[in-house]
Design a protein around this ligand. Sequence first.
Ligand SMILES: Nc1ncnc2c1ncn2[C@@H]1O[C@H](COP(=O)(O)OP(=O)(O)OP(=O)(O)O)[C@@H](O)[C@H]1O
Ligand SMILES: [Mg+2]
Length: 266
Amino acid sequence: MNTQTTTTATVTRIDTFKNQSVKNIILIASGKGGVGKTWFSITLAHALAALKKKVLIFDGDLGLANIDIQLGLSPDYDLGDVIEGEIDFKGAISHYKEGRFDILPGRSGSARLSDLSPTRLALVREELKSVAKDYDWVLIDLGAGIGGIVKSLTPASGKCLLIVNDEPTSITDAYAFLKLTRRSHPHLPVEILINQAENDPQGHRTYEGFAYVCEKFLNYKPELAGVIHRDAHIKDAIRHQVALSIRHPNSTALRDVEKIVKKSFK
Ligand SMILES: Nc1ncnc2c1ncn2[C@@H]1O[C@H](COP(=O)(O)OP(=O)(O)OP(=O)(O)O)[C@@H](O)[C@H]1O
Ligand SMILES: [Mg+2]
């Protein structure tokens, strides 16, 4: 078989499977950037691992990867090495001992990673689906908005947690994200996570306002995954490049994440 035929066969096989989602792959998404996806993914992984679940975080913010930076790690390999053919997908996964979970890091500042072709993205998706069989949960820390990687990984996922705070830009962009995602993947469950809430009532009000608009205009009311309070310990943990669960094990935000685990990760 020549190369052209092989590539065509691979793409055809990928296309055949592309609509098969894997229940334990969870997208951590937002419309607007900087709303808390990365620290939440890390803290969620930690909370699940504490319950003896086997967890992998995949850094899906290709080209602007942050997981290893927030944890102060210098992994031997990352997704860039996989793309360059240096190592296979599984070989690029490293174990984060303190958190008892695995990480497949991205590579910050890699133009090549941020600009992967649809075929390459589809191959990454299929590798991830295959690796997901070895885990209880695979968490994908996405970049903001709806880029190629988000479009490519969405069909593989069992659920999307959409993070929103009470700023109008965050709400508007989250609505746009949900609208476009519902259009392309009407069966993907989306749950809303209200972050940086001043208090519980304010968090619930933000959710109700958002859910009302979604129900009215999209005919879909996303469930509430939970409310996370504004907590200065998060910034402190990120600045010190240590997971919140380790640096501030008694923090309010960690308790909030544990509640989300109980509700949404049964
Ligand atoms: N609940 C919270 N309380 C206080 N500060 C928070 C909270 N959530 C997020 N932040 C602040 O928001 C910043 C951004 O968090 P993070 O890097 O996790 O967001 P992100 O959505 O992954 O960003 P990006 O879209 O750039 O990848 C943090 O550095 C932290 O200071
Ligand atoms: Mg991030």
